[in-house]
Design a binder for this molecule. Sequence first.
Ligand code: AMP
Length: 579
Amino acid sequence: MKHGPSSESATPTVTGFSPGFAALGLEAPLLTTLETLGYEEPTPIQREAIPPLLAGRDLLGQAATGTGKTAAFALPMLQRISHAAKGRPSALVLVPTRELAIQVGEAMQRYGKELRTSVLPVYGGQAIGPQLHALKRGVDVIVATPGRALDHIRRGTLKLQEVKIAVLDEADEMLDMGFADDLEAILAGTPKTKQTALFSATMPPRIRAIAHRHLQNPIEITIAKEPVKAGTAPRVQQTAYIAARPYRAAALARVLDVAGANAVLIFCRTRLEVDDVTAMLAGRGHRAEAIHGGMSQSQRDRVMQAFKAGQTELLVATDVAARGLDIPQVSHVINYDLPSSAEVYVHRIGRTGRAGREGTAITILDPREQRLLRTIEQHTKARVAVLPIPSVADLRAKQLGRIQGAVEQVLRDGQLETFMPLVDRLSAHPPAAVAAAALKLLIRAQGGEREEQEIPAMPVRQPELGRPIRDTRHSGGRLHGGSARAERPPTGRTRHGGREAGMARVYVGAGREVGIRPSDLVGAIANEAKVHSNVIGAIEIEERFSIVDVPASMVSGIIEVLSRARIKGRKVSVRIFRE
Ligand code: AMP
């Protein structure tokens, strides 16, 4: 069931929910896009940032990934440049990593679809030819890493004289990666009259200094600063599992299978996700139903009745849809997406653990959202335990344990007379074999024979409450995968906390001597082995070699393809690394 906008109506009117995005000043084409994407209401940072950005103000925003900050700057930017001349870069977004350039580029492309805005991600490690070609054809928005942007500026292939809006995204990471001078050089080539927004997860003095130099009378926004009022955070057992995007749905399915829960509320951010997740779960044999703002009142009533009557075991909802509902006690709340603020998180998990009963809240977390989880912990004053995703063996053990318990219960309850004639008819076979065959049928009926894939373990950032996460982790020369894949001079071989569970180490016979950077290794592994760069863990670059942590389940495949590939144009020896 998809709930797109009706073609005549540009504003989202179907649901009667808050005017949301329209009230922020966004115009029809963007509202249509948001409706199609299934966004029901703005997140806190969007509510605060969009109006001043639309009014042309400079902005200094402190917000982590997962708060919805990309749309917070992208939507007003797209609206403002929609009237500018097409084809010359009128907006520039600078981001620290290749991965983010791709991600933000894709997001902007999606948001700008109705406006026909062309967006080009520009990052190192990618062949320069296609980038030159695209730049020549003309683009409206450039999303670039600073190094490659500067490359193009120096070649004369990227001209920034027409830039109306510049955004520095994840500015603290860009500085950590040594891009300070590049940023200055890039901004120096843009018009003084442009609008500038700077986002950073932390606000140390060096970020303030950049803001002071480049922003004029900025409006300042800080998200998730307000602690949740004492006593409002419910007492619920809280856990989280980290899964890279491609494994998110599999992780949800695994967590549900292991939990064996039957009254579960699953929260997603968008209507589209609600529909996708519901379809995925139904496909696995769960009795799952969707509820979101794109449905009519009578559809929603029917879904709620089925859930209350126990006919549906999993209810998949957006925040807006769940808000007005009288939802009965559920055993588990699952956040398929980390909500965009601590308040929404508390509201969601408050649906379980009511009336003194035990409740469990489980969050499936993107590796990049770990910082936001820590912020939520700080504001709810409760720990969220990050656990490894159960393996296929864990799942099988759990299923067998559950079946054993159920069989023992039936034996205790007795009243098996009806089945005895059938047992007699099977008496030609050994009783143990008959019992095993019956169990096999039972397991099959419960989907227990389904092929399951292992879900790669992801690096877990240690909580460092009250401190920016990266400060100490990277000081020992270990460079971490995911968001903070920085290159800086290693100062030794010390490691903090050792290798993460489920990770193996790959030795690559090329290092600083030949100019290897973390992005070269990430690029080679992600492109050649066709794995998502999120699954790559810590990277260590030494003079003559490098070591990369990868999920143990993928190590042999990665070694095989890397041995055949070229890194920085050369063949290198690749093998498993042992201390
Ligand atoms: P970001 O913090 O920009 O990385 O966004 C995190 C995720 O939230 C992305 O997957 C967005 O698609 C999603 N998102 C952003 N804004 C909204 C919204 N208002 N409603 C639902 N999902 C959103």
